[in-house]
Ligand binder design. Sequence first.
Ligand code: SF4
Ligand code: SF4
Length: 438
Amino acid sequence: MGSLQAEKIRQSFVTRVNEDRLMDCMRCGFCLPACPTYIHSGHDETQSPRGRIALMKAVRDGVVEWDGSIEEAFDLCLGCRACEPACPAGVQYGTLIEETRDAIVSAKDQSLKEKLIRKGAFDHLFADQRKMQAAVKLVTFYQKTGLQKVVRKIGFLELFPSFMKDMERALPEPPKRKRDSVLRSPAKTKVAFFTGCLMDTMFKETNRNTIELLERLGCEVVLPKGQQCCGALQGHSGEMERAKRNALVNIEAFDDVAFDFIVNNAGGCGAFLSEYDRLFEGESPELYAKAKRFVDKQIDISSLLVKLGIVAELEKLPSTEAVEIVTYQDSCHLRNVNGVTDEPRTILKAVQSSVFTEMPGANLCCGSAGIYNLLQPEMASKILESKMKEVKEIQASTIITTNPGCLLQMKVGVEREGLSSTARAMHLVDFIHEKIIQ
Ligand code: SF4
Ligand code: SF4
């Protein structure tokens, strides 16, 4: 890399990567055992949180010159933030890696292809729910018209990388039915539902089930108009300005005092939504206050279901001789950013017709991490392989997740290991809906 470009990147680090935050790291190494890339790289320091923070500082200070190996160390970070709860010094690693990616994207000369991909994804597909819906209609057409069978039969998929083939097999079924209101009595709680871009297109059935469960538990569910993608994908890809644009739209769309809660059913989105105030620190006090109001009402679906009494509802159901072993794979951001670990497990343990078994590495990332599995298939595959080994060890027949990316990744794992006749991956909401309403 030319030294002009390297200097441009260093300057960009100086402007965008906060030095005080870097200095919080005291290099103790408590975060190392929590980091999946450190574990799966055979303890390579440059693949650890401590090593990456040292690299950020070295680039910022001009101690090392920017090159491909430094960029790779940042690219390989899953952004799972498992290093944060493990850190005694409270280092804000999630913010640091976002600032780093923002600094790189702002300074690096992008190829025309990369520019077009970023523009297409962030200014069109993920900025407009109608375009997402059109894309999903294409997938539904592919699944419903028999085209999928033909494509599989003629071996067309062999032309694609193996991860894409697995992903094709793991595509969720298109929704089968229209939703009926199951609100039994006048609502006691008014809930605004953040529907999410992937959840409201690819996993529309899960969104319908979410509304039905909340209505069954006495909520009025409102879907504020104008809401859009939370911006997490943009924020984690070094596109902070685009992420802020989405955040502003959502803050306005949900700015209604009548809502008791703003609920989401996607761990990754929920974590980003719950940090919207951080995006507007130092901006106008009115805007910051609005962002704070939005953040204060955030809740994930498992926490809200527990608050609304789902456990008692589940315990009322008749028990059977349980044959189904259910396990739970944490959504990294739900766990590491929002600190929600007990609620999904409490719900699953209350189901009388199945046995909950904890998976040993459930707290570690599954390798999905947004689009990490597409960009870094080698590391993502290593991580998924060890995850599926754990699934087999505990003989789980149902793997529950609370995030669309994790759900797709676990579905890919089930397909890849040839477990589809004995195991399934499901969203927590669909599993509970199956027990209570269906
Ligand atoms: S975010 Fe995850 S992968 Fe990245 S350094 Fe922290 S623990 Fe490791
Ligand atoms: S645990 Fe925190 S302070 Fe210690 S090395 Fe890791 S990031 Fe730095």
